[in-house]
Design a protein around this ligand. Sequence first.
Ligand SMILES: Cc1cc2nc3c(=O)[nH]c(=O)nc-3n(C[C@H](O)[C@H](O)[C@H](O)COP(=O)(O)O)c2cc1C
Length: 343
Amino acid sequence: MRLYDLLKPLLFKIDPETIHHISCSLGNLSAGIIRNLFQYENERLKTKLFDLELKNPVGLAAGFDKNGKLSSLMSALGFGFMEVGSVTFRPSQGNPKPRLFRLPRDEALINRLGLNNEGASAILNRLKKISQIPFGINIAKTNDAELIGEEAQEDFISAYEVVKEVGGFHILNVSCPNTEDGKTFENPASLEALLSRLNRSKIPLLIKFAPDLDEGVLKENISVCESKDINGYVLSNTSSKREDLTEDPVYVGSIGKGGLSGVPLFKKLPTRVEFVRSIISRDKPIIAVGGIDSGDKVFQLLRAGASCVELYTGLVYKGPSIVKEINMELIRLMDQHKVERWN
Ligand SMILES: Cc1cc2nc3c(=O)[nH]c(=O)nc-3n(C[C@H](O)[C@H](O)[C@H](O)COP(=O)(O)O)c2cc1C
């Protein structure tokens, strides 16, 4: 039993957003000590994402470090890379609280934070100083229901313009389910319009899709991306559906709108990765994310064609040793299946 398993019942008595801020502040103060506890390194885990050398394929998903303040802590926890953001052009407080909910029986969360962040220009200087860990910047449209049509595109593009020369890669979050207008850029026409107006930098650009798109629409969206030389894909964001849950449906219903994350998302992920891998070239990165909390799941995803993985909710349920545990299990599985390395 881990120390975290003993502490979890206490921590879970506190509001999830409050405990997130408390543990991140404490963690940032003690990153040096944490590093000694949670590092696990092995040559065979090293991999590449574009030109970035990753010490292992496990990254921190977007949304945990929205303002670029946690790079030392995430490096100390052993992550091979991380996403910062989503960053939007204008600062935003996000949606009214409460807006983050636990579903412990499913090891899941529902959130409707609504892209709260300090805004691209305020975060930029912090981003320029990150050196501890390879990172990408996740960019989204400001959460404002009045920004629609061309103005929405313009806002999205303005955020990209602010950060486009910084970071190892960029991700356009076209699939956030938590904006006030509930709109995403996930139909081929809106995506095409957005991508056509981008004045790209040399830094690789990825697109992050929702898990809820049916295969036909996803394929059409990817064909738009391919025609615009998009460099890779993040699969997937949180889900607006409430499938595969064991929590009481009355409780789940009472939470209301929001994106579901965690274990229930994993079920469809390997097939999703396989599908996208079958329609894009072998050397184009796919970052798989959704319900990852074990080395076995990472092994399945890498076998399905993912280049690396990310997690968020697994860190909440399994605690700070999750990356070390995943990587140790991954090496055991690589031995067992005689896989020398991933690239
Ligand atoms: C509280 C919370 C906030 C999130 N915020 C963002 C965000 O700002 N941008 C984004 O692209 N994804 C965001 N996500 C989605 C995650 O990056 C990830 O795609 C999703 O949670 C599935 O992974 P998981 O099951 O490991 O959490 C958020 C997820 C959670 C739980």
